[in-house]
Design a protein around this ligand. Structure first.
Ligand code: SAM
Length: 329
């Protein structure tokens, strides 16, 4: 390994790259006798009995955000616009929905990246919404604040509110309104970005051009994921994009879980009551395809970083994906 490949923790968060081969890591993990329990389908019965309902999930996240309420915990995802350049090159007044916005690590770079973008941001945790409002207020820019619209919602159970896309609009999304869109490296069809609500009463914002799902889907139980992705699909305009990044299979944080924290296959419960799933490419592919999306990009991102405190090398794996809602169904 060259020193070029070793990054410190904060630097790693700014990178979107391939420092090592995921197949090599898979072999390393799957042949290590100490890690065999991660490969087994069965799970701890004690933990299974604690499987929480949506209310408990929100409470766990509330406590998490209350504990991490200082500005120190906030880390802007600067790599975001490199990974998803369409967020910086989209049409004026494009609408983005950031799902599970937390304290705004993703929301802030989106708002800063494009002066005219309108950002709707939801979270199931009221504490998270307090934090994100503070962060955006402290951004010291009126041009950021007035384009930011936070709201509370558990998208995996109740879905998104109808003011985002009313039933008439959701129905009209099945029609074909499209034009050509050119991103930095890609060229593909996207809808008419400023299409208003098609309902005569103009009761909603008319759906969104982008949904960002950044380290949020992994927080849900696996059985709620199909509905969660279908909800994202339903509020996107035809041609709109789902921009996805989340924990990848065999990420170092997965390998640190103890056998007693395993809730199911690739599902774990943290000591603070929040949960985490680790995705392989096929799981993400199956979930998005079942909802009706077309795959544009899907790959592992493998980044090596070094823990400054103990000098240990950490292999971080995430799944990067870009999926499009078809322009006609
Ligand atoms: C790891 S954080 C990711 C935050 C943010 N997207 C980012 O890029 O840093 C996951 C967030 O999802 C929220 N969350 C978990 N389950 C949710 C649900 N069912 N509906 C909405 N938000 C949820 C949590 O409160 C938390 O803020």
């Amino acid at each position: 390994m060259t020193t070029r490949n070793i990054r410190n923790i904060s630097e790693a968060e700014n990178y979107y790259s391939k420092d090592f081969d995921w197949e090599g890591l898979r072999e390393e993990v799957e042949t290590n006798p100490c890690l065999q329990f991660h490969l087994l389908p069965h799970f701890s019965q004690n933990i299974a009995n604690q499987i929480e309902d949506a209310q408990q999930n929100s409470e766990a996240w509330n406590k998490f955000h209350a504990r991490h309420s200082t500005g120190k915990f906030f880390k802007e995802r600067r790599y975001l616009l490199k990974e998803f350049p369409e967020l910086a090159s989209c049409e004026d007044n494009s609408k983005v929905l950031e799902v599970g916005c937390g304290n705004g690590s993703t929301a802030l770079p989106i708002l800063r990246g494009r002066q005219s973008i309108i950002l709707y941001a939801c979270d199931c945790s009221s504490e998270a919404l307090e934090r994100v409002k503070e962060i955006i207020n402290d951004a010291n820019s009126i041009s950021v604040k007035h384009r930011f619209h936070p709201f509370q919602c558990d998208f995996s159970t109740v879905g998104f509110p109808s003011w985002l896309a009313c039933s008439t609009c959701r129905g009209s999304f099945l029609q074909n309104h499209n034009l050509r869109f050119s991103g930095a490296n890609n060229s593909y069809i996207i809808n008419d970005l400023n299409q208003p609500c098609s309902n005569e009463v103009k009761c909603c914002v008319g759906g969104v051009d982008f949904v960002t799902l950044i380290f949020t889907l992994s927080a849900l139980p696996l059985d709620r994921m199909p509905n969660a992705i279908a909800q994202c699909f339903s509020v996107l305009k035809p041609g709109g994009l789902l921009l996805f990044r989340d924990y990848g299979l065999y990420d170092m944080t997965m390998l640190r879980f103890e056998p007693g924290q395993k809730m199911g296959f690739r599902e774990y419960l943290r000591s603070d009551g929040t949960r985490s799933y680790f995705f392989c490419l096929n799981t993400v592919r199956n979930l998005t395809t079942a909802a009706g999306f077309t795959e544009i990009e899907l790959e592992y991102c493998c980044v090596k970083s070094v823990n400054r405190r103990n000098g240990k090398i950490m292999k971080r794996v995430s799944v990067h994906g870009k999926f499009q809602k078809p322009t006609c169904t």
